[in-house]
Design a binder for this molecule. Structure first.
Ligand code: F6R
Length: 357
């Protein structure tokens, strides 16, 4: 039930801090150790490469899951769009582990890859919000997102839950492999939950930004570098799905290789600047698009922010920024859709779970 909320999407955006706290609780035992099926731990230890398979928003979470697993657990990861996988099946490593990320657990494109990789005899782990779902039943192992039912077609809380669970999995694997880490995922996630709350309390400001930048535009670009780029991809998917604004996410460095030709007077450009190592370069990209007339908005993080940034998120661990920086993007999309009289929870042409290939 929506309760007092006008839309499920808004309710689900607001639920994110609670979901993160629930995940902390569910994946921790009484000794404050990570609680995880020992078979999953073993499968992670045994594999020499991970293949993440997913679609849409879950694919975007996979791109960030790769960062966690490679940086923390030191296992190479490939991330594949499910519907493309069979056409371009990569050469597989000797001991692959397939990780299927799916909110619904029913996505046909992902299932068809699962059937194929099972036939080849490769182990499969499904990360899903619905433990009894097809992808969960047919895989060897399941990790539960604990996000509660996600009703709005546009995925919000499942995305942040997927990243949280993948971060925990990465750290568990690192510990199982005796890798020394200066990163306590539960502590970092608790900081994320508090930061999320500070953002869902700033709806008015985000509504103003949505109306200032997006109430009449036909298109909008998201730019970022490194992990900000992946969050930009998710921000652009949210916006196009529910507001029907043509929105695209680009890597800041790619602008000059073509995309910048699209910038006209007044084109909205949303730039994410939450990473210290690319702060200077992404701000340079913003100057380049502004010089061509763009109406740019910078979303930065405390400690890296500058005067004139449109929105500043609280400081969290570098790797955790996507869980937080996506919140203003979700809310801006929500208000843009609302102002443009779109059906927020049930956008045209889309289904909540895509059970056909
Ligand atoms: C985006 C969205 C879709 C789904 C995609 C995968 O808001 O809802 O892009 O993320 O269809 O769905 P699942 O995660 O259920 O496999």
């Amino acid at each position: 039930e929506k309760g007092t909320y006008p839309h499920f999407m808004l309710k689900e955006i607001d639920e994110q801090p609670f979901v993160i706290r629930k995940i902390i609780q569910e994946y921790q035992n009484e000794n404050d150790e990570i609680k995880l099926d020992p078979e999953i731990r073993q499968a992670m230890k045994d594999c020499d490469r991970i293949y993440i398979i997913a679609a849409g928003t879950s694919y975007h979470a996979g791109l960030l899951g790769k960062q966690f697993i490679e940086k923390l657990a030191n296992i190479p990861v490939e991330v594949h769009v499910a519907s493309e996988f069979s056409y371009n099946m990569p050469l597989l490593s000797e001991k692959p582990l397939f990780v299927y990320i799916s909110q619904s657990g029913e996505t046909a494109d992902s299932r068809s890859v699962l059937v194929q990789t099972k036939e080849l005899g490769h182990p499969a782990l499904t990360v899903t919000n619905v433990p009894g779902s097809t992808l969960s039943r047919e895989a060897d192992y399941t990790m539960h997102l604990h996000a509660g039912p996600e009703i709005a077609v546009a995925s919000t809380k499942a995305y942040t839950a997927q990243m949280a669970v993948l971060a925990i999995l990465a750290v568990d694997t690192a510990r199982a492999k005796d890798i020394e880490l200066d990163f306590d995922p539960m502590q970092e996630l608790a900081i994320v939950a508090t930061a999320m709350e500070a953002l869902t309390d700033q709806k008015e400001k985000l509504e103003d930004l949505a109306s200032e930048y997006l109430s009449t535009t036909r298109n909008c670009f998201f730019i970022g570098r490194g992990i900000d780029y992946y969050v930009g991809l998710e921000g652009s998917l949210k916006l196009k799905e529910i507001s029907y604004i043509q929105a695209e996410g680009f890597a800041g460095g790619e602008l000059k290789h073509g995309t910048i030709a699209l910038i006209e007077d007044g084109t909205p450009v949303i730039a994410l600047a939450t990473q210290e190592n690319v702060n200077y370069s992404i701000r340079g990209n913003v100057q380049e698009v502004e010089a061509r007339g763009a109406n740019s908005m910078i979303i930065s993080m405390e400690g890296l922010n500058k005067d004139g940034d449109a929105f500043v998120i609280p400081q969290v661990h570098d790797l955790m920024t996507p869980l937080v920086s996506v919140i203003p993007l979700q809310l801006i999309s929500y208000y843009a859709a609302l102002h443009r009289d779109c059906d927020v929870d049930k956008p045209r042409n889309l289904a909540k779970s895509v059970t056909v290939e």
